[in-house]
Design a protein around this ligand. Structure first.
Ligand code: FUL
Length: 523
């Protein structure tokens, strides 16, 4: 069965919805839209204004909030494919081919750290079923490889390396397993998968993210495997309650492309379908919540969409892309590593579009990250630092059309670089103006905005303007903001600047606003 990327992620959906259909609902809970909930149920009597109010009050769970603030995460695709020069193995590879000559997980973690990456996710098992840890439940693992005489454990080396540099660690565990004889024999394979999860989630200390892909090919018996996502999610919640379950999971959704470019309008509050609402109400995403639906449309969370919804959840976007054309290392791609400038553009279009970037950096046959990749990453980090080190609005005189600041009367909370200090407009206002007066003119071509998402995602449109001495002139405009929005435009030279929030679901917030200059070398 050929499941081409990226649509294959959804190939399993028919199967998934069967399992949802089979879920026995208890009597529904009453609607709950108290601030602090990451879901809201829409009642048939709700007016459009009620729905807007509910959407504006859906907020991230604690684990989603922690995850969103990571901004930069890395994928490490490594395994038998590294040695066969393939992207997808078929599970028939001999474990003997896995033999990195100088595997150095410290190098991976140090490069991640130096590039500003906050969490590293390792492909503990890809679709070929080969386990990078010595699993007790299969022979298809490093325990049968010549590497370290079968005594090695890549997962352990990677976790330890991440701990040493102080970044988080996550595992990619492919549900689709082209080696396992159980695959397609649903109950048996689901048990096998639980055993593998148990190993990974109990033997290595804290695991911060579990990443599931949706690929699902035919088993050796010609049957389609039915993944027991509910059971897997519950198991993860039990063993690692703080871990994010990503992509084929309830906490984080796939942005819908593998280019590193997210949507201009990216809502973290999206509808979930009718069948799933009672599950969500009962579980509040604490345990099992739902199996994701196709999240590839251009518009996921506009008013149009939410007016038709039965429930709304906080379900933010993760934007994955590889630094090379492939996910695994291939020598012939050594000169196709993305440049620092390209990575900066990707940053603007992923983190800067209300997403978390998941950037893949595949180690080579030595078990090391190639110097072309590390060089590009380090130069990218310099560009990021160069761009964002000085907020040109700092020290300006600020006036706001209404509202209050989280820290007394202090407007500087919006430009202090601390996310926790924010401004919120008066409750009755869904538009607002924030004006900045500087003592001297500044030159800028980048805008950074952040909403305080602990109050929800609310801003629907905004415009940045400057005063040329006589009139206000538009510089740039946008729709959603969310956790972070970055916009580039032609250079402006001004000392009176204002942000007009032109539409918002309830009163808007701003945690940070910044003006910067794009690095000269990248223009
Ligand atoms: C996909 C997989 O098929 C690719 O090989 C890669 O792991 C990517 C991140 O997810 O769906």
């Amino acid at each position: 069965m050929n499941l081409t990327n990226p649509l294959k992620r959804w190939a399993f959906l028919a199967v998934a919805s069967l399992s949802i259909g089979g879920f026995q609902c208890k009597s529904p809970q009453p609607a709950d839209e108290k601030p602090g909930n990451n879901y809201a149920r829409i009642d048939s009597t709700d007016t459009e204004a009620d729905i807007i109010r509910k959407a504006a009050n859906v907020v991230p769970s604690d684990r989603q909030f922690r995850w969103q603030q990571l901004e930069l995460t890395a994928f490490i695709h490594f395994g038998v494919n590294t040695f066969t020069n393939k992207e997808w193995g078929d599970g028939t590879e001999s474990p003997e081919i896995f033999n990195p000559t100088s595997l150095d997980a410290d190098q991976w973690a140090q490069i991640c750290k130096a590039a500003g990456v906050k969490l590293m996710i390792l492909t503990a098992k890809h679709h070929d079923g080969f386990c990078l840890w010595p699993s007790k439940f299969t022979e298809h693992s490093v325990k049968n490889s010549p590497w370290k005489n079968g005594q090695g454990d890549v997962v352990k080396e990677a976790v330890d390396a991440c701990r040493r540099v102080g970044i988080g660690f996550g595992v990619y565990l492919s549900p689709w397993d082209r080696n396992s004889p159980y695959f397609g024999d649903s109950a048996k394979y689901n048990d096998y998968f639980i055993n593998q999860l148990t190993e990974l989630l109990t033997q290595y200390g804290k695991i911060d993210e579990v990443w599931f892909d949706g690929a699902n090919g035919e088993g050796p018996n010609g049957k389609q495997q039915v993944y027991d996502f509910d059971r897997w999610y519950n198991h993860i919640r039990e063993l690692q309650p703080d871990a994010i379950i990503a992509v084929m999971g309830p906490d984080v959704r796939w942005v819908g492309t593998e280019t590193g470019y997210g949507r201009d309008t990216e809502w973290s509050v999206v509808p979930v379908d009718e069948q799933q609402q009672d599950k969500i109400a009962q579980n509040s995403q604490q345990n099992v919540s739902f199996t994701p639906k196709n999240m590839m449309d251009d518009d996921l969370g506009s008013r149009d969409k939410i007016f038709k919804a039965r429930s709304l959840v906080w379900y933010p976007a993760e934007t994955d892309v590889s630094i090379r054309p492939g996910w695994f290392y291939h020598r012939e791609e050594d000169d196709q590593v993305k440049s620092p400038e390209k990575l900066l553009d990707i940053y603007f279009n992923s983190v800067g579009k209300n997403g978390v970037l998941l950037l893949n950096i595949p180690p080579d046959k030595r078990g090391k990250i190639h110097q072309n990749d590390s060089l590009s990453l380090i130069q990218w980090k310099s560009l990021l630092d160069e761009t964002f080190s000085v907020n040109l609005l700092k020290g300006s005189k600020v006036s706001v059309s209404s509202g209050k600041f989280s820290s007394g009367n202090d407007a500087s909370g919006m430009t202090d670089g601390a996310y926790s200090s924010y401004w919120i407009a008066d409750e009755s206002d869904t538009t607002a103006v924030i004006e900045f007066q500087l003592s001297e003119k500044i030159k800028f071509d980048v805008l950074m905005l952040q909403e305080y998402i602990k109050k929800g995602q609310r801003i629907e449109s905004f415009v940045l303007e400057y005063n040329d001495g006589d009139n206000w002139k538009e510089i740039v405009g946008g729709t959603t903001v969310g956790y972070k929005r970055l916009l580039r435009f032609d250079e402006v030279d001004a000392n009176r600047i204002r942000l007009r929030i032109t539409a918002s679901r309830l009163n808007p917030t701003i945690a940070e606003i910044g003006l910067y200059r794009y690095p000269v070398t990248s223009k």
